[in-house]
Design a protein around this ligand. Structure first.
Ligand code: PXG
Ligand code: PLP
Length: 442
């Protein structure tokens, strides 16, 4: 422990940190050394309330005994088994448990190690599915402006976040984008899903008319866009997308990496909105963020379309060394047990009204230009400092950390997504931290 506390800037240079202002961080590092339930402990011994479930992933809270024990036991029993042409029991057990939890008809699951890999897997499945069905011309992929689908080439190609795309060349060909659904002039301070904007789904018809449906494999959207700053689907929007996709034989992929596993108060956003996609990508909450894992759920019809050639042949030339890694499976089973025992996959529904009221109590605080919420997700959008976008929100992040709360910021938006074990008292505490921070920053 003591060694870990003695970090100096010199020790920090080797690690090129992901999505981090490296030079700024290394001048004034922020370090966590332990965590339990709703709190982290920093290297200087302070408790910090986790307002973000890590990076939206520690859904059941930190260092939960069932998960820790499952990992410890599995590590001593079977540490690794080859993922290709070999199996081990708990990966099948986990697949069955997940399929039981998934929306009806999503009977099969493919394992990955992250949300980014889940997205690549889903996109490849969609294109290959059409090909095995004899519609090999369906190769186009449609994403959405401001969408986040991880950082691999397929994901940034269908994604719509400019900073994540502009440095990396021409990306995948044959990709188009629908417009995002953020309409602050009409929907600011909406509680839950906003009233206006369902007609934006009709933009998909325009794209279909341009390219012809026979060239389009799939549409991928986040049911609720998280990483881009929490953008909600307008009332009726997802239903419309579903109808248009079905009409044209286009697969609908829901990227549920953030919304999966209870974040909205239902197991999946598909359940919450009553719209079932053809493919659903997940990660994060599947293993409580403790061991990397992702899972792609597919409708029976898609899976079965691949099960046709000679039986000794591999049906889908895709997979990862660590697909269904035994220790990750153990972590996921421990996670599912914890969710079940504590009713966490629906706890968000009970807490959502309280959460909504608490968040919207910030409406008249300095800099606030919009507040958005759904399930246990909240966003507080701040007016940017003229000429210095993101600076105000970043100061809020640093101040909140100093005061004892972990929040996330993206652009000038504060995004909150606490573990689903949060109490009402801790919701008050988190919102009070944000209130004090807003009053303290320039
Ligand atoms: N799809 C969606 C919808 C996501 O939100 C990914 C794919 C990629 O997952 P991996 O496991 O490869 O990171 C994500 C990840 C944030 C934040 O603060 C969001 C994500 C990751 C890190 C930070 O908004 N989303
Ligand atoms: N690069 C090389 C040289 C490899 O041998 C492999 C896997 O065998 C990979 C990349 C892919 O690694 P993973 O299966 O962990 O995604």
């Amino acid at each position: 422990m003591s060694n870990r506390l003695k970090v100096t800037p010199n020790d920090l240079s080797a690690f090129w940190m992901p999505f981090t202002a490296n030079r700024q961080f290394k001048q004034a590092p922020r370090m966590f050394v332990s965590a339990k339930d709703m709190h982290y402990t920093t290297s200087d011994g302070r408790k910090v309330l986790d307002g973000t479930a890590g990076l939206w992933c520690v859904t059941a809270g930190h260092c939960r005994p069932k998960i820790t024990e499952a990992i410890q036991h599995q590590a001593a029993e079977l540490d690794y088994a080859p993922a290709f042409q070999m199996g081990h029991p708990i990966v099948f057990e986990l697949a069955n448990r997940l399929v039981d939890l998934a929306p009806k008809g999503m009977d099969h699951v493919f394992f990955t190690n992250s949300g980014s890999e889940s997205v690549e897997t889903a996109l490849k499945m969609a294109i290959a599915y059409h090909r095995v069905k004899g519609e090999g011309a369906r190769t186009r992929l449609i994403g959405r402006e401001r969408g986040y689908h991880g950082v691999n080439f397929g994901g940034i190609s269908v994604g719509g976040i400019v900073t994540n795309r502009k440095m990396f060349g021409t990306l995948l060909g044959g990709v188009d984008h629908m417009p995002h659904t953020h309409l602050p002039e009409k929907n600011a301070f909406s509680k839950g899903v906003p009233e206006y904007g369902a007609e934006l789904a009709n933009e998909l018809e325009r794209i279909v008319a341009l390219h012809d449906a026979s060239t389009i494999a799939a549409v991928i959207v986040e049911p609720v866009a998280g990483s881009t700053g929490v953008i909600l689907p307008p009332k009726g929007y997802l239903q419309k997308l579903r109808e248009i996709c079905t009409k044209h034989g286009i697969l609908l992929i829901f990227d549920e990496v953030i919304t999966g596993f209870g974040r909205l108060g239902a197991p999946f956003a598909a359940d919450y909105f009553g719209v079932t996609p053809d493919i659903m990508t997940t990660a994060k909450g599947v293993s409580n963020g403790v061991i990397p894992m992702g899972a792609v759920f597919v409708q029976k019809e898609i899976h079965d379309a691949f099960m046709t050639g000679p039986e000794h042949m591999i049906e889908f030339f895709h997979g990862y060394t660590y697909s269904g890694n035994p220790i990750a499976c153990a972590a996921a089973l421990g996670t599912l047990d914890t969710y079940k025992e504590e009713g966490l996959l629906t706890r968000g529904e009970e807490l959502a009204p309280y959460w909504e009221d608490a968040l919207h109590s910030l409406k008249d605080e300095p800099h606030v230009i919009d507040i958005r919420n759904i399930g246990l997700i909240g966003a507080i959008e701040l007016a940017p400092i003229a000429g210095s976008p993101t600076k105000r929100a970043f100061s809020a992040f640093v101040k909140a950390f100093e005061r004892g709360a972990l929040i996330r910021t993206t652009g000038d938006i504060i995004a909150l997504s606490p573990p689903l074990i949060i109490t009402k008292g801790q919701i008050n505490e988190l919102i009070d931290h944000v209130r004090e921070v807003l009053r303290a920053i320039d």
